[in-house]
Design a binder for this molecule. Structure first.
Ligand code: FAD
Length: 467
């Protein structure tokens, strides 16, 4: 019997570098839609009267409008529609977890594949960068108010962009030598080319944002001093860059890295590029501990650095893995092996303190724990040891303490995250707002941007009317 044909046309696949080629280079994996494919994909959108996709987007991008603009070839108008709500579409189109947000709500997904909203957002942002007229959004008249934004991740970049457009004099402080936060030091080039972040930052500078790198607020200058220097308001978006460890024997051996350090060396300090002299252990047998996006990024980076074998060690099953499906799929395609229901017990080294092996235990799943996920339970007598000369720990990260430890007036919760009003980002210290990972703990780019936008609205109000 002939299969009945679905009326819903499948979404247009994203062209990609083949797995056997890309595992040897750092170039971007998905290649992007061309104009024709983007227009064809956009015509799949049925323009719902009550669009659920917009409700699934944490910053409520007017998705049907920008998709309609693509379908009709009005690309310049489309990107301007996105900018009303999202200042970093080239970034979000690439790294947002669309499958659980906008695309997860798309009505077409109920019977077939949802509209490729992320791919279309990326298409418009890339089109604008390559072919747009480069015109800048209009700025309001200067207010004479000065704002300090601390941390140049997606939260800080959003606040800086929103407030400079409102006519305020914005200075963006960043501890590293390059702005962008996790977008430049964490997420690898093959997922998010750094030229994209640079171009977003350049736009802010053209708008008048004053960028001050290599400055750790809380050490070089503290928050009170910023007010003494004449700033009227301060936004704190310092992220969750403090790596967590497992506290098992051998974590101090040479060759055991936190994912944070490993990825910073690889991305920000360009260890993969022979033109840079960044020291880094290039493992032959690599073990990456963890099952999130960070673990996938570290594993795929280790492959590209020249590892022969890369294994993800994760103590629960595939179902509980927090990584985006696309990331774990890409990692597996490239040759990363998954050792599920496995937990490291200790790292072993040689007489010179260099990592040589990791000893693990097999696990099984028991009853659900406080997180709602089934608890991994050790299996007696299942210990085994495997060779390993590079281990990367990607089991989470905590609040960055450099600023908060220097300012007792900013109230923290018991994990060291700043307590801020979820509606407007106000902290316990007058004139200070906070948002992004430093408030929520490690989360997502779009949530950090959303928090930045709310804080910027409240800060603008304060600068006009008071606390
Ligand atoms: P950050 O991006 O962490 O930026 C904080 C900035 O503040 C940093 O540049 C830091 O150097 C600076 N800073 C810290 N302290 C000071 C100080 N005292 N003075 C001056 N500057 C300071 N999210 C997604 O949505 N999709 C993904 O695919 C994804 N992949 C990820 C992969 C990795 C490897 C990591 C680590 C995270 C990933 N995330 C992803 C999470 C996402 O990147 C973060 O949620 C987001 O970047 C948080 O933004 P933020 O602005 O709060 O902080």
């Amino acid at each position: 019997m002939q299969e009945k044909k679905s009326k819903i046309q499948d979404r247009h696949p994203m062209p990609e570098q083949p797995a056997n080629v890309r595992r040897h280079n750092f170039l971007e994996v998905p290649l992007g839609y061309g104009e024709e494919t983007a227009m064809a994909e956009a015509t799949r959108c049925i323009q719902c009267k009550n669009p659920q996709c917009v409700q699934g987007c944490p910053v409520a991008v007017p998705i049907p409008q920008f998709i309609k603009a693509i379908a009709e070839g009005r690309f310049s108008e489309g990107i301007r529609t996105i900018w009303e709500k999202n200042a970093l579409p080239a970034v979000c189109g690439r790294v947002c977890p669309q499958e659980s947000q906008c695309e997860g709500q798309c009505i077409l997904g109920k019977k077939g594949s949802p509209v490729a909203i992320g791919n279309l957002e990326r298409f418009l942002a890339d089109w604008e960068r390559k072919k747009g007229d480069g015109s800048l959004p209009e700025k309001m008249a200067a207010t004479g108010k000065r704002v300090a934004v601390v941390g140049s991740g997606p939260a800080g970049l959003t606040v800086a962009g929103d407030l400079v457009l409102k006519g305020h004099d914005v200075t963006l402080f960043e501890a590293f030598h390059k702005p962008g936060g996790v977008l430049v030091y964490g997420i690898p080039e093959f997922r998010l080319p750094k030229a994209i972040v640079e171009s977003e930052v350049k736009t802010l500078e053209k708008l008048g944002v004053n960028l001050v790198c290599n400055t750790v607020v809380g050490r070089a200058v503290d928050v009170k001093e910023l007010f003494e220097e004449g700033f009227d308001a301060v936004f704190v978006g310092v992220g969750a860059g403090l790596p967590s460890f497992m506290n098992i024997p051998g974590e101090n051996l040479i060759g055991v890295y936190s994912a944070n350090e490993y990825l910073t060396r690889a991305n920000l300090m360009k260890a993969y590029d022979p033109a840079y002299d960044t020291p880094m252990v290039v493992g032959r047998n690599v073990a990456v501990v963890g099952g999130g996006n960070v673990a996938m990024d570290a594993a795929r980076t280790a492959l590209r650095m020249g590892a022969e074998s890369v294994k993800i060690i994760y103590r629960r099953s595939r179902e509980e893995m927090p990584a985006r499906l696309e990331e774990s799929h890409h990692a597996e395609e490239e040759g990363v092996e998954f050792m599920l229901l496995t937990n490291p017990l200790r790292f072993d080294g040689d007489e010179r303190g260099r990592l040589t092996s990791v000893t693990c235990k097999r696990m099984e799943l028991g009853e659900p724990d406080a997180s709602g996920r089934r608890r991994p339970v050790p299996l007696d007598g299942s210990d085994f040891t495997m060779d390993c000369d590079l281990a990367i720990i990607a089991v989470g990260s905590g609040a960055n303490p450099l600023l908060t430890s220097s300012e007792p007036e900013i109230a923290l919760n018991r994990w060291g995250n700043i307590e801020a009003d979820p509606e407007n980002g106000k902290t316990s210290m007058r004139g200070v707002w906070a948002g992004g990972d430093i408030v929520t703990g490690a989360a997502t780019v779009i949530l950090a941007m959303g928090a930045g936008r709310k804080a910027a609205t409240s800060m603008h109000d304060f600068l006009a009317r008071g606390w």
